[in-house]
Design a protein around this ligand. Structure first.
Ligand SMILES: [Fe+2]
Length: 251
Protein backbone atom coordinates (compact mmCIF):
# COMPACT_ATOMS: atom_id res chain seq x y z
CA UNK A 1 0.00 0.00 0.00
CA UNK A 2 3.01 2.28 0.07
CA UNK A 3 3.18 3.08 -3.62
CA UNK A 4 1.81 6.49 -4.61
CA UNK A 5 -0.32 6.47 -7.71
CA UNK A 6 -1.03 9.06 -10.39
CA UNK A 7 -4.41 9.30 -12.09
CA UNK A 8 -4.21 10.89 -15.54
CA UNK A 9 -7.86 10.58 -16.55
CA UNK A 10 -10.86 11.55 -14.43
CA UNK A 11 -13.97 13.72 -14.44
CA UNK A 12 -13.76 15.25 -10.99
CA UNK A 13 -14.11 18.95 -11.76
CA UNK A 14 -17.67 20.05 -10.91
CA UNK A 15 -20.36 21.04 -13.39
CA UNK A 16 -18.32 20.89 -16.57
CA UNK A 17 -19.14 17.51 -18.12
CA UNK A 18 -20.91 14.24 -17.27
CA UNK A 19 -18.71 13.74 -14.20
CA UNK A 20 -19.03 15.50 -10.83
CA UNK A 21 -22.04 17.83 -10.74
CA UNK A 22 -21.28 19.78 -7.56
CA UNK A 23 -18.23 20.57 -5.46
CA UNK A 24 -19.59 18.06 -2.93
CA UNK A 25 -19.41 15.37 -5.61
CA UNK A 26 -15.86 16.47 -6.42
CA UNK A 27 -14.90 16.34 -2.75
CA UNK A 28 -16.14 12.77 -2.36
CA UNK A 29 -14.26 11.68 -5.48
CA UNK A 30 -11.07 13.39 -4.33
CA UNK A 31 -11.28 11.80 -0.91
CA UNK A 32 -11.63 8.38 -2.52
CA UNK A 33 -8.64 9.04 -4.77
CA UNK A 34 -6.61 9.90 -1.68
CA UNK A 35 -7.78 6.76 0.11
CA UNK A 36 -6.54 4.85 -2.93
CA UNK A 37 -3.10 6.36 -2.47
CA UNK A 38 -3.35 8.71 -5.45
CA UNK A 39 -0.87 11.55 -5.01
CA UNK A 40 -1.15 13.22 -8.42
CA UNK A 41 -4.18 13.87 -10.59
CA UNK A 42 -4.75 15.37 -14.00
CA UNK A 43 -8.30 16.67 -14.30
CA UNK A 44 -9.53 15.76 -17.77
CA UNK A 45 -13.02 17.08 -18.55
CA UNK A 46 -14.46 16.12 -21.92
CA UNK A 47 -13.67 18.45 -24.80
CA UNK A 48 -15.87 18.25 -27.88
CA UNK A 49 -14.84 20.38 -30.81
CA UNK A 50 -18.42 20.60 -32.09
CA UNK A 51 -19.73 21.98 -28.78
CA UNK A 52 -17.17 24.53 -27.64
CA UNK A 53 -13.92 26.27 -28.47
CA UNK A 54 -10.61 25.58 -26.77
CA UNK A 55 -10.66 29.14 -25.33
CA UNK A 56 -14.16 28.78 -23.85
CA UNK A 57 -13.34 25.31 -22.56
CA UNK A 58 -10.25 26.66 -20.82
CA UNK A 59 -12.30 29.39 -19.16
CA UNK A 60 -14.97 26.97 -17.90
CA UNK A 61 -12.32 24.55 -16.72
CA UNK A 62 -10.52 27.29 -14.84
CA UNK A 63 -13.70 28.21 -12.94
CA UNK A 64 -14.43 24.59 -12.08
CA UNK A 65 -10.84 24.04 -10.99
CA UNK A 66 -10.93 27.10 -8.73
CA UNK A 67 -13.64 25.43 -6.63
CA UNK A 68 -11.65 22.22 -6.30
CA UNK A 69 -8.43 24.07 -5.55
CA UNK A 70 -10.18 26.00 -2.77
CA UNK A 71 -11.56 22.80 -1.31
CA UNK A 72 -8.14 21.13 -1.48
CA UNK A 73 -6.48 24.11 0.17
CA UNK A 74 -9.06 24.45 2.96
CA UNK A 75 -8.79 20.75 3.72
CA UNK A 76 -5.02 20.59 3.26
CA UNK A 77 -5.28 17.70 0.81
CA UNK A 78 -1.87 16.21 0.02
CA UNK A 79 -2.46 16.22 -3.70
CA UNK A 80 -0.61 17.46 -6.76
CA UNK A 81 -3.05 18.45 -9.48
CA UNK A 82 -2.92 19.77 -12.99
CA UNK A 83 -5.34 20.48 -15.78
CA UNK A 84 -5.91 18.53 -18.95
CA UNK A 85 -8.75 17.37 -21.15
CA UNK A 86 -10.19 14.25 -22.71
CA UNK A 87 -10.31 15.41 -26.29
CA UNK A 88 -12.84 13.75 -28.56
CA UNK A 89 -11.35 12.73 -31.88
CA UNK A 90 -11.86 14.99 -34.85
CA UNK A 91 -9.79 15.30 -37.96
CA UNK A 92 -9.47 19.04 -37.35
CA UNK A 93 -7.63 18.40 -34.09
CA UNK A 94 -4.22 19.34 -35.51
CA UNK A 95 -5.59 22.79 -36.44
CA UNK A 96 -6.67 23.57 -32.86
CA UNK A 97 -4.56 25.23 -30.18
CA UNK A 98 -3.37 21.99 -28.65
CA UNK A 99 -1.49 23.67 -25.82
CA UNK A 100 -4.91 24.48 -24.27
CA UNK A 101 -5.87 20.81 -24.35
CA UNK A 102 -2.62 19.02 -23.47
CA UNK A 103 -1.82 18.18 -19.86
CA UNK A 104 -0.58 21.44 -18.33
CA UNK A 105 3.14 21.94 -18.69
CA UNK A 106 3.56 18.80 -20.80
CA UNK A 107 3.31 17.69 -24.43
CA UNK A 108 0.90 14.83 -23.61
CA UNK A 109 -2.67 15.00 -24.87
CA UNK A 110 -5.47 12.54 -24.01
CA UNK A 111 -7.61 11.63 -27.03
CA UNK A 112 -10.85 9.68 -27.04
CA UNK A 113 -11.94 7.80 -30.16
CA UNK A 114 -15.56 7.05 -31.08
CA UNK A 115 -16.93 3.79 -29.68
CA UNK A 116 -19.59 3.48 -32.37
CA UNK A 117 -17.49 3.36 -35.51
CA UNK A 118 -13.93 3.37 -36.75
CA UNK A 119 -13.37 6.95 -37.88
CA UNK A 120 -11.34 7.61 -40.98
CA UNK A 121 -8.14 9.55 -40.75
CA UNK A 122 -6.94 8.39 -37.33
CA UNK A 123 -3.41 7.67 -38.53
CA UNK A 124 -3.01 10.97 -40.38
CA UNK A 125 -4.45 12.95 -37.48
CA UNK A 126 -2.26 11.28 -34.88
CA UNK A 127 0.77 11.76 -37.14
CA UNK A 128 0.09 15.49 -37.49
CA UNK A 129 -0.32 15.84 -33.72
CA UNK A 130 3.00 14.04 -33.21
CA UNK A 131 4.58 16.31 -35.83
CA UNK A 132 3.65 19.27 -33.61
CA UNK A 133 5.66 17.72 -30.81
CA UNK A 134 2.76 16.27 -28.83
CA UNK A 135 2.38 12.68 -27.70
CA UNK A 136 -1.21 11.46 -28.02
CA UNK A 137 -2.50 9.18 -25.29
CA UNK A 138 -5.43 7.11 -26.53
CA UNK A 139 -8.07 6.93 -23.80
CA UNK A 140 -9.52 3.58 -22.66
CA UNK A 141 -8.47 1.52 -25.67
CA UNK A 142 -10.51 -1.43 -24.38
CA UNK A 143 -13.71 0.41 -25.30
CA UNK A 144 -13.34 0.48 -29.07
CA UNK A 145 -14.95 -2.56 -30.73
CA UNK A 146 -12.84 -2.13 -33.88
CA UNK A 147 -9.66 -2.38 -31.79
CA UNK A 148 -10.92 -5.47 -29.97
CA UNK A 149 -11.70 -7.05 -33.35
CA UNK A 150 -8.35 -6.09 -34.81
CA UNK A 151 -5.65 -5.22 -32.25
CA UNK A 152 -3.15 -4.66 -35.05
CA UNK A 153 -4.76 -1.21 -35.30
CA UNK A 154 -3.50 -0.50 -31.80
CA UNK A 155 -0.14 -1.99 -32.71
CA UNK A 156 0.15 0.40 -35.66
CA UNK A 157 -0.73 3.45 -33.55
CA UNK A 158 1.63 2.51 -30.73
CA UNK A 159 4.39 1.77 -33.24
CA UNK A 160 4.04 5.33 -34.51
CA UNK A 161 4.75 6.77 -31.05
CA UNK A 162 1.30 6.97 -29.52
CA UNK A 163 0.64 5.87 -25.92
CA UNK A 164 -2.40 3.81 -24.94
CA UNK A 165 -4.38 4.00 -21.72
CA UNK A 166 -6.79 1.49 -20.19
CA UNK A 167 -9.45 2.07 -17.56
CA UNK A 168 -9.17 0.40 -14.17
CA UNK A 169 -12.74 -0.84 -14.61
CA UNK A 170 -11.74 -2.80 -17.72
CA UNK A 171 -9.53 -4.98 -15.54
CA UNK A 172 -11.79 -5.08 -12.52
CA UNK A 173 -14.75 -6.27 -14.59
CA UNK A 174 -12.88 -9.48 -15.36
CA UNK A 175 -14.00 -11.87 -18.10
CA UNK A 176 -12.84 -11.86 -21.72
CA UNK A 177 -12.33 -8.08 -21.71
CA UNK A 178 -9.82 -8.27 -18.88
CA UNK A 179 -8.11 -11.27 -20.44
CA UNK A 180 -7.65 -9.28 -23.63
CA UNK A 181 -6.13 -6.41 -21.64
CA UNK A 182 -3.60 -8.82 -20.17
CA UNK A 183 -2.74 -9.83 -23.74
CA UNK A 184 -2.28 -6.16 -24.65
CA UNK A 185 0.13 -5.86 -21.72
CA UNK A 186 2.06 -8.87 -22.96
CA UNK A 187 2.32 -7.29 -26.41
CA UNK A 188 3.47 -3.95 -24.93
CA UNK A 189 0.45 -2.24 -26.48
CA UNK A 190 -0.73 -0.38 -23.35
CA UNK A 191 1.20 1.96 -21.07
CA UNK A 192 -1.09 3.61 -18.57
CA UNK A 193 -4.01 2.74 -16.33
CA UNK A 194 -6.40 5.41 -15.07
CA UNK A 195 -9.68 5.60 -13.19
CA UNK A 196 -11.80 7.64 -15.64
CA UNK A 197 -13.82 8.31 -12.46
CA UNK A 198 -17.13 10.11 -13.00
CA UNK A 199 -19.20 9.62 -9.83
CA UNK A 200 -19.13 7.73 -6.54
CA UNK A 201 -22.35 5.92 -7.47
CA UNK A 202 -21.55 4.72 -10.98
CA UNK A 203 -17.91 5.14 -11.92
CA UNK A 204 -15.93 5.67 -8.70
CA UNK A 205 -12.15 6.06 -8.32
CA UNK A 206 -10.77 2.52 -8.38
CA UNK A 207 -7.12 2.77 -9.30
CA UNK A 208 -5.71 0.92 -6.30
CA UNK A 209 -7.90 -2.15 -6.79
CA UNK A 210 -6.87 -2.37 -10.44
CA UNK A 211 -3.17 -1.92 -9.68
CA UNK A 212 -3.47 -4.75 -7.19
CA UNK A 213 -4.60 -7.04 -10.03
CA UNK A 214 -1.65 -6.24 -12.27
CA UNK A 215 1.45 -8.40 -12.49
CA UNK A 216 4.10 -6.70 -10.36
CA UNK A 217 6.35 -5.74 -13.28
CA UNK A 218 3.45 -4.24 -15.21
CA UNK A 219 2.26 -2.30 -12.15
CA UNK A 220 5.75 -0.93 -11.75
CA UNK A 221 5.96 0.13 -15.40
CA UNK A 222 2.48 1.68 -15.46
CA UNK A 223 3.16 3.59 -12.26
CA UNK A 224 6.49 4.89 -13.54
CA UNK A 225 4.95 5.83 -16.91
CA UNK A 226 2.17 7.78 -15.19
CA UNK A 227 4.68 9.72 -13.12
CA UNK A 228 6.69 10.51 -16.26
CA UNK A 229 3.60 11.77 -18.08
CA UNK A 230 2.49 13.81 -15.08
CA UNK A 231 5.89 15.45 -14.88
CA UNK A 232 6.08 15.96 -18.64
CA UNK A 233 9.12 13.74 -19.05
CA UNK A 234 9.84 11.84 -22.25
CA UNK A 235 10.25 8.10 -21.99
CA UNK A 236 10.70 5.21 -24.39
CA UNK A 237 8.16 2.41 -24.00
CA UNK A 238 9.20 -1.17 -24.77
CA UNK A 239 8.96 -2.32 -28.38
CA UNK A 240 5.38 -3.34 -29.23
CA UNK A 241 4.74 -6.84 -30.51
CA UNK A 242 2.36 -7.31 -33.43
CA UNK A 243 -0.60 -9.58 -32.59
CA UNK A 244 -1.17 -12.42 -35.04
CA UNK A 245 -4.56 -14.03 -35.74
CA UNK A 246 -4.14 -17.78 -35.51
CA UNK A 247 -6.74 -20.55 -35.22
CA UNK A 248 -9.52 -18.16 -34.29
CA UNK A 249 -7.72 -16.00 -31.76
CA UNK A 250 -5.14 -13.27 -31.43
CA UNK A 251 -1.81 -14.47 -30.13
FE1 LIG B 1 -13.17 9.86 -19.57
Amino acid sequence: MSRSLVDLHCHILPGIDDGAKTIEDSAALLQQELKDGVAGIVFTPHFYYERTTPALFVENRKQAFRQVANYAKQNKLPLAAKLGAEVYFTRVLPTLELSHLAFAGTRYILIELPTTHHPGGIEDTLFEICQQGYTPILAHVERYPYVTEDPTLLYNWVSSGVLAQINASGLLRGGPGARLLHKYMGWNLVHLICSDAHSMAHRPPNLRAAYDLLPQAVAHDFSRNAVNVFLGRDFTPPEPQKPVYRLGRWV
